[in-house]
Design a protein around this ligand. Structure first.
Ligand code: AMP
Ligand code: TRP
Length: 326
């Protein structure tokens, strides 16, 4: 069985971009692989957080994973800090990673490079991500487009470690679902949907009320034309609606384009909103039920045990290879 690993940070609201770009792939892969899905709370600490809020968001993300369809009987769902091997392996890999390559990470350049007060954790963030992945002898990592550079670094670190110290790691492949790799903001289809967007009109939160979802889609920014066709360059807004509608309904973009010929943007907006609501309503119901039942802590305890069991051998191999006495 293929080994699969992916992670998400428990920060901010989870939105439709995360769901279509990342989570839906997680759910599909649990049927064919041995999957580990991690809530990366250590990564969240690279930027100062309110402790109570971080704890709440960590449980919330776990609940959303399960409500969206991840099945704890099929996949391991766990919190990064519950498996101490991640932090330990990250240190070992920090002694393999180079300052030069970490300085070139665009995410670091955008978020911290020019700030004296940025934490050193923010700088070494991609090394912790590499440790997450390599500890599990991962073969496939499903993520969105924005993680491509971090994945290249992960592969470089695995190859360099294997060369310097002997074969310890599997070199993982990235898996990016092309059609949904970049869901764009509803208020500005030139930029990706993001939880850090200045306006709430940018994104659809997974736990958002249907009324609000409909309103946001109705106001989604499109061009001033009338023609419905898929053309992300010239018609970014309409194309984003088509991508979202196709991803939640399972209908191909070509079919939708044909179906909406001559109908105008208004219809497309309302129907896309309704398709999204139909997808999210059962997820929201499951989420609320799950959080009331208190089940989530049991799921995470079981996940932590499975995760620790999966990494012990690789961590020991790393230490041995590097010259530590076991
Ligand atoms: P983040 O919220 O940045 O921690 O991202 C969690 C996961 O969702 C990562 O795999 C991202 O690549 C993916 N993701 C975030 N925003 C989008 C988006 N607008 N479209 C598609 N995937 C996204
Ligand atoms: N850096 C990823 C993000 O911001 C989260 C992440 C941490 C991750 N560790 C990972 C993703 C391992 C995939 C595999 O989205």
């Amino acid at each position: 069985m293929t080994r699969v690993f992916s992670g998400m940070q428990p920060t901010g609201v989870l939105h439709l971009g995360n769901y279509l770009g990342a989570m839906k792939q997680f759910i599909a892969l649990q049927e064919e692989g041995e999957c580990y899905y991690c809530i990366v709370d250590l990564h969240a600490l690279t930027i100062p957080r309110d402790p109570a809020e971080l704890r709440r968001r960590t449980r919330e993300l776990a609940g959303l994973y399960v409500a969206a369809g991840l099945d704890p009987a099929k996949a391991t769902i766990f919190v990064q800090s519950h498996n101490p091997d991640h932090a330990e392996a990250a240190w070992l890999l920090q002694c393999v990673a180079r300052i030069g390559e970490l300085s070139r990470m665009t995410q670091f350049k955008d978020k911290g490079k020019d700030s004296e007060s940025a934490t050193s954790g923010l700088f070494t963030y991609p090394v912790l991500m590499a440790a997450d992945i390599l500890l599990y002898q991962t073969e496939v990592v499903p993520v969105g487009e924005d993680q491509r550079q971090h994945m290249e670094l992960t592969r470089d670190l695995a190859e360099r470690f294997n060369r310097q110290y002997g074969e310890v790691f599997t070199v993982p492949d990235v898996r990016i679902q092309k059609a949904t790799a970049r869901i764009m903001g509803l208020d500005n289809p030139e930029k990706k949907m993001s939880k850090s967007a200045p306006s709430e009109a940018n994104y659809i939160a997974l736990l958002e009320e249907p009324k609000s979802i409909l309103k946001k889609f109705k106001r989604a920014v499109t061009d001033s034309g009338t023609e419905i066709r898929f053309d992300p360059e010239q018609k970014a807004g309409v194309s984003n609606l088509l991508s979202i509608y196709s991803a939640v309904s399972g209908q191909s973009i070509d079919t939708l384009v044909e179906q909406y010929q001559g109908k105008g943007y208004g219809h497309l907006k309302v129907d896309t909103a309704e398709a999204v609501i139909a997808e999210l309503e059962p997820l929201q119901a499951r989420y609320h039920q799950l959080m009331e039942s208190g089940e989530i802590d049991d799921i995470l305890a079981k996940g932590a045990k499975q995760a620790r069991a999966a990494t012990a051998e690789t961590l020991a191999k790393m230490k041995e290879a590097m010259g530590l006495i076991l």
